[in-house]
Design a protein around this ligand. Structure first.
Ligand code: FES
Length: 331
């Protein structure tokens, strides 16, 4: 693992996939191709696969992810508004849905796309045909989902659920520290499987959130390392608590992963030394998840804009401003 500050080259999660080129190419905003963005040459392109400009020039039609009906197999909910829903999904999605950071867009049947929510995939059954999602009911969108418990409509798989995901995928034979809170824990199983495969040792600090639901614990794959249930930065009677900064400074793991709200990410970012690699859950608001609505726009330090639903960017490219207070998720 590199110990110096890494420059994370921005890419598009969908480059070279069946969803490429997309209408960001028409708009002159292709994330991958400098020429399609109006630049003179393609020296800045680090992509080694099929040329996006060539595909676009030939008029290749990108496949747009479409919503399909997903009958619900089972549903469990708690009084605190936490829902665990298992839906039927196509078997050929399963390999992708087991990747770290994979998610589905989910909406009530027959509703407009503006009702869609991104939902992390918690687990995929061994048959490959059932995916489980855990979400908390917060605002109108999640309330509507909770009222439709026979069938949902889902689109996917999408790949942009983690900022800096290539750091995670490249981590081999190293230590990793994971701080997670609330429903951020839904991302843990796929991440742990990848770290296990790559022979990494993992220390997990899990804050179950205000209702104390550490639901992921039952579903974690075996892993080398430790798991502690704590309250991050909160003093609650009867609970062990610790500061985010304290946990980070007491660990020497070169890879730090934060899975939770933007508020958690801001604290992690403030405590991290520049020589440690950071991966974070992507909490951008998403509506289309395809690059056209602009809801997920990230403004970088240099003023340039990127679509957070497609761009593979590092957390420090999102949480760079001391004024940024984070987005509150009330969908
Ligand atoms: S969610 Fe619409 S552009 Fe990213």
């Amino acid at each position: 693992m590199p110990r110096e500050k890494e420059i994370y080259d921005t890419r598009c999660h969908d480059t070279g996939s069946e969803s490429c080129p997309c209408f960001l190419a028409d708009a002159g905003q292709c994330i991958a191709c400098p020429v399609l963005r109006g630049e003179q040459d393609c020296d800045a392109c680090a992509w080694g696969g099929v040329c996006v400009y060539d595909s676009y020039s030939r008029g290749d039609q990108a496949h747009t992810r479409r919503y399909i009906r997903a009958p619900i197999k089972s549903e469990k909910s708690t009084a605190a508004g936490l829902h665990c829903v298992t839906v039927h999904t196509p078997r050929h999605w399963s390999a992708e849905l087991r990747q770290p950071g994979s998610f589905l867009m989910v909406k009530p049947p027959g509703s407009e796309e503006t009702w869609a929510c991104p939902m992390a995939v918690f687990s995929v059954a061994s048959s490959g045909e059932l995916s489980t999602i855990v979400y908390r009911e917060r605002g109108p969108k999640t309330q509507q989902l909770a009222r439709h418990l026979k069938t949902w409509e889902v689109a996917g798989p999408y790949r942009s659920g983690l900022l800096g995901v290539r750091r995670l995928n490249r981590a081999v034979d190293c230590d990793a520290l994971i701080l997670t809170s609330g429903t951020g824990q839904s991302l843990l199983p796929n991440i742990l499987r990848r770290l296990n495969d790559n022979n990494c040792s993992v220390q997990i600090a899990l804050d179950p959130g205000m209702d104390g639901a550490a639901y992921v614990v039952q579903a974690l794959p075996e892993f080398a390392g430790s798991l502690s249930l704590i309250r991050l930065d909160a003093e609650i009677a009867g609970c062990r608590h610790q500061s985010t900064a304290g946990i980070i400074s007491s660990s020497s793991a070169p890879l730090v992963i934060s899975l939770g709200s933007d508020h958690l990410h801001i604290k992690v970012g403030a405590a991290l030394q520049r020589d440690r690699l950071w991966v974070a859950s992507n909490n951008r608001i998403m509506v289309c998840a395809a690059g056209w609505c602009g809801a997920c726009t990230v403004i970088r330090r240099d003023g340039s804009e990127l679509r957070g639903c497609r761009a593979d960017i590092a957390p420090e490219d999102v949480f760079w401003s001391g004024d940024w207070k984070g987005e509150r998720d009330s969908r």
